[in-house]
Design a protein. Sequence first.
Length: 277
Amino acid sequence: MTQVRSDVPHAVSGHVAVGGEASSLDEPPSRWLALADPNGPIDLARFFPDVDIRVEPRSSAFSDALSAVDPSLVVLIAPLAGPGDLQLVAGWRAIHDRSRAVLLSPHQAVAARLHALELGFDDAVDLSSDPMEVVGRLSIAGRRSAGSAYGSDVRIPIGAGVELDRRARAIRRGGRLLPLRPKELALLEFLAVNPGRAFSRAELLDTLWHDVATHPRVVDVYVFWLRSKMERDPANPVHLLTVRGSGYLFDPPHHPDAPEGWPSASRPNVNNPPTPR
């Protein structure tokens, strides 16, 4: 199993050091609970020294601590954490909707990570990923445990009979779950919680892709994919709209308080397949 290196920048006091600089984040959660081997692939206490972290090496002790500690973030590290632990945390997570749960598992445990996401885990991370990503994604989950900056609604209406299920990381449509790629989820979530505002490609790249060198047209590709999943007629979208000269905008269904100037959901919009330029 890949070991998280000791030279990975620490995530301290809600700050993750990247490229030698610390980026300011929300305050860290009050306490985390982990089911993990203390001598395993990642030393949580080392990478998060300012967070109160309780690590239990046995499922029985972890189960007892889950009720006693009332953690804001639960971390399961496989293979010590098994299917029964996933089910236990999923049931607990469904009741404690302000808390977050993350599974860390070896590279080959793809089925376990997908199962965790289906159960409602907030993230499932491949331990062979870049160590900075592993630590960073734990930090993000910890910050969101205190209340996401993107709002707290688990399900957001995004069309007639269509919802974004943030916990399942999928679109619910006609009783079916349509899974979303990570960046599809991030893009739709960001636009859905900022309705009525047009964002340029540059703004979306800066917010969601951060400093990664990415061609601006990649946003068009993701919008095209999202429309195919959420719009009744993807070729003529009425909710995920193109605003000429401005970018993209989410127009929510049945929004009686929309400010003057918002595009009407009945206004025609075209979903052309993205082409390189």
